[in-house]
Write a protein that binds this ligand. Structure first.
Ligand code: NAD
Length: 497
């Protein structure tokens, strides 16, 4: 059991259900604000020990965690399948990503936190100047249900590797998966003090209590609507926040693309995990000269793909309503269905839906659908594709298919991360920083930037020896010093070279 269990009020329970059957999967404690405060307090105490460990010790602890998760992979994947609904093989793919993050963070934290000497400048030549990075203290991690292993671990591993302790609140829809991951860390590291990685369970109220608690940073992953609340509440204590929010990710298929491979990638990127992927494909812009071929190839790709087989049910019932609203509204607004249609909705399952000719201003083109529904639009040229791709409030990920101009097109996209000629490739490269802009949030997790995000920078200037007559910040400064300063400034700045 996670250490947080012992502090739960006995009469308050959190129940998670299998989205396919409605059966009870797990019953956990539901933590009240006071219990969240206690978990943060335990993490604070543990931080005194954990932050002082040499980073190699933390690396070992993290690698032991990864080894434990690999050994128990089948049990973990079965739990992910039960709580989230995705096929066990997809859960295993998700675990692969998470393990990549643990390993990368563990192995690179030493370099990321290493002190750096910087030049003190001519006027301060008698000083040594250093930039050092220290852990923040206690990090609160709040996670969503769609990737209940990889998403939180993509923050937790980096926060721990950088020397912080963590209090993790998993989604109320996947709490047992969250508990499993935390217990695996404890089991892999029985010698560590309680509270290095702890968990609190509950709904939004428990998350809100964590945001309002004495944590030093909140790493939040979830919807833009909740992200706004998190940021507003964190402002009370000026607690910094990292916000990983939703997306409306576009794909651009240029005239010189490998059209069949683009269709294969779009089919998977839009439908896998029942479309419940923050960086999943929601919009496709195809150049006119290849649009017909792309439509045909996409139809072929999806011909035998069904919910309940290739991918699972919608994890939360409200998500079906969003898909229905976007589908019905888009058809009323003049869109047509290339694949699927209203019959595709058979809750909790939704079969693949591809729409074309939906007006750009329609919610189906502007709001996150977060379901197996994708809209394909024909464009005149790449210029128009880029403009439309940049036309929503979101800016998380994007994909470009073009044999010759992929990177050039990618650089023009207003988003945090782009994959060229492949789907979601950046998500499988732990060294690449991840995060968005606009309604997709801000801050970066993963990679070196992700490690830095969980540290505070301290600047140190040490006088090595005095230079007689050249001390500037003193009441003893005389006219001679000012003459020298004027001469020095003329030499240093009196030219434009
Ligand atoms: P959500 O915003 O409903 O919930 C996320 C978490 O926040 C849950 O643990 C929830 O209990 C908690 N929460 C709810 N109210 C809160 C409050 N007032 N204060 C603090 N915490 C609170 O999101 P969700 O439905 O669980 O997840 C789906 C969303 O997450 C989608 O928009 C998806 O795009 C996004 N997402 C983003 C990324 C990313 O890395 N950018 C990754 C995965 C999912």
């Amino acid at each position: 059991m996670g250490e947080a269990d012992t502090t739960a009020a006995p009469d308050r329970r959190l129940r998670s259900l299998d989205p396919a059957t409605g059966n009870l999967v797990a019953e956990l404690p539901l933590h009240a604000p006071a219990e969240v405060g206690e978990a943060v307090h335990r993490a604070r105490r543990a931080a005194e020990y954990w932050s002082e460990l040499p980073w190699q010790e933390r690396r070992r602890a993290l690698l032991r965690w990864a080894a434990h998760l690999v050994r128990d992979a089948d049990a973990l994947c079965a739990l992910v399948h039960a709580e989230n609904g995705k096929p066990a093989d997809d859960a295993y793919l998700e675990l692969a990503l998470a393990l990549g993050h643990i390993r990368w963070a563990a192995r690179h934290a030493g370099r990321a936190v290493a002190a750096r000497r910087v030049a003190p400048g001519t006027l301060m030549a008698n000083f040594q100047a250093r930039v050092e990075r220290r852990p923040l203290g206690v990090v609160g991690v709040i996670g969503p249900w769609n990737y209940p292993v990889n998403t939180p671990i993509g923050s937790i591993a980096y926060a721990l590797a950088a020397g912080n302790t963590v209090v993790f609140k998993p989604s109320e829809h996947t709490p047992a998966v969250g508990r499993f991951c935390v217990e695996a860390f404890t089991a892999a590291n029985p010698g560590l003090p309680v509270g290095v990685l702890g968990a609190v369970f509950g709904e939004g109220g428990t998350g809100a209590a964590l945001v309002a608690s004495a944590v030093d940073l909140i790493a939040f992953t979830g919807s833009a609507a909740t992200g706004r609340k998190v940021m507003a509440s964190a402002a009370e204590r000026l607690t910094p926040v990292l916000l990983e929010l939703g997306g409306k990710d576009p794909v651009i298929v240029a005239a010189d693309a490998d059209v069949e491979s683009a269709a294969e990638a779009v089919a998977w990127g839009a439908m896998s995990n029942a479309g419940q992927t923050c960086i999943g494909v929601e919009r496709v812009y195809v150049e006119r000269s290849v649009a017909g071929r792309f439509h045909a190839a996409l139809r072929d790709e999806l011909r035998d793909i069904r919910a309940g087989g290739a991918y699972g049910p919608m994890t939360v019932p409200e998500q079906v309503d969003v898909v229905r609203r976007h589908l019905v509204g888009a058809l009323e607004a003049g869109g047509t269905a290339l694949v699927g249609g209203p019959d595709a909705l058979r809750p909790p399952y939704i079969d693949p839906i591809v729409l074309v000719d939906v007006p750009e201003s329609h919610p189906a083109m502007q709001e996150e659908t977060f379901g197996p529904l994708v809209v394909v639009r024909t464009v005149d040229d790449v210029e128009q594709a880029v403009q439309l791709a940049n036309g929503t409030r979101f800016g998380l990920g994007a994909t470009v298919f073009s044999r010759r101009h992929g990177l050039a097109i990618a650089r023009r996209l207003r988003c945090g991360t782009v994959s060229v000629n492949a789907m979601l490739a950046y998500a499988a490269i732990p060294a690449l920083p991840f995060g968005g802009m606009g309604d997709s949030g801000f801050g970066r997790i993963h990679g070196l930037e992700g490690l830095h995000a969980f540290t505070r920078t301290q600047a140190l200037a040490r006088r090595r020896f005095p230079i007689p007559g050249m001390t500037l910040p003193t009441f003893r400064r005389g006219p001679g010093t000012m003459r020298l300063l004027r001469a020095a400034l003329n030499r240093l700045h009196g030219h434009a070279r």
